[in-house]
Design a protein around this ligand. Structure first.
Ligand code: PMV
Length: 331
């Protein structure tokens, strides 16, 4: 089995370091329209299937990284210094271990999220993508987007998709070391597309994605159906994007998210992220669609829904979902 450290060595093989005073980078958050749920290698975050997301432009993470002077890594999140034993600091330090030139080398990391923390968009994808870029910048490695996607994936799977704007496809790959498992931007623009975050509950989720995926792969009797389903949904979504067929995009994304949540519910013990408010929001969206409003939704490992709609309907959506956070992924 290849370790994450070996992957870093493979990526950096023959690469000169040209250390800089600091590395600074931004990466957008992303929301999957065809989901990633299940790993074939836990250490390298290699997925069972491909997935396809939309990046959220100005909502994301900015990271500044420099060599530190303290006894351990100094880690700030949104201007606040974190205790070394906080889960964010531990995850960031464990990731930085992969790149630490020597045990006494400490980092000073300042991360700022432009994703409002309560907006229900995951910031781990943008955080690890920005961190991978900032590390590469600090050491002056001059890595390609593909290499950065591989390195970001080692921090969090969905981070592989946060190196690019627009529609991004993460190919599952088949190599044991994951060198063919990275994400690439699709050649497509859709300026009218809008994503709206409806926050129903900002509490921490009961089961994290890593543990949840592991449990689904091990116990869900329908899991074997999932790869075939994802392959069909990826083909349908790419066709919808190529034709700019919004109804087909919405149908595919919503059905794929519901299929993932069905897998979760058929996991033992079951994983159900939906709250009564989530089900009420789904019913409201279906009723609005019945009345002719073209709106669909997607949802991740949590109770919040993300609306998919077009710019022409933004005023109606804001009226029906007061407080919705609207993003224009193509600016
Ligand atoms: O990369 P992780 O471990 O945060 O997992 C992401 C899982 C989902 O958000 C549910 C789906 C996805 O493709 O982003």
């Amino acid at each position: 089995m290849t370790s994450a450290r070996q992957v870093v060595q493979t990526v950096l093989a023959g690469r000169e370091s040209n250390p800089q005073k600091a590395g600074s980078a931004y990466a957008p958050a992303n929301i999957a329209l065809v989901k990633y749920w299940g790993k074939r290698d836990e250490a390298l975050n290699l997925p069972v299937t491909g997935s396809l997301s939309i990046s959220l432009g100005p909502l994301g993470s900015r990271v500044e990284l420099a060599r530190g002077t303290g006894a351990g890594d100094g880690i700030w999140l949104n201007e606040e210094k974190l205790p070394g034993d906080s889960s964010f600091a531990q995850r960031a330090s464990a990731y930085l271990d992969l790149f630490r030139p020597s045990p006494d080398f400490v980092f000073e990391l300042r991360a700022r999220n432009t994703v409002p923390t309560a907006a229900g968009f995951a910031s781990s994808a943008s955080g690890f993508a920005a961190l991978a870029k900032a590390v590469a910048g600090l050491f002056g490695w001059g890595l390609s987007t593909r290499e950065l996607s591989i390195l970001a994936r080692l921090g969090s799977g969905s981070a592989a998709r946060s190196l690019e704007e627009g529609f991004v496809e993460w190919r599952a790959g088949t190599a044991a070391d994951g060198m063919d498992s990275f994400a690439e931007r699709l050649e497509a623009e859709w300026p009218e597309l809008r994503v709206g975050a409806v926050v129903l509950c900002a509490d921490e989720k009961p089961v994290g994605s890593r543990a949840g995926m592991r449990r689904s792969v091990a116990t869900c009797e329908f899991y074997r159906e999932w790869p075939g389903r994802v392959a069909k949904d990826l083909a349908a979504l790419k066709a919808a994007i190529a034709k700019k067929d919004f109804a087909a995009l919405g149908e595919t994304a919503e059905a794929n998210a519901l299929a993932m949540h069905a897998l979760m519910a058929a996991t033992r013990p079951p994983i159900v992220y939906a709250l009564p408010e989530t089900v009420a929001a789904m019913r409201k969206i279906w009723a609005l669609r019945q009345d002719g409003l073209p709106v669909w939704f997607t949802m991740d490992a949590g109770p919040n829904v993300k609306l998919l709609f077009e710019a022409k309907d933004e005023a109606t959506i804001r009226d029906r979902f007061p407080g919705v956070e609207v993003v224009a992924p193509f600016g």
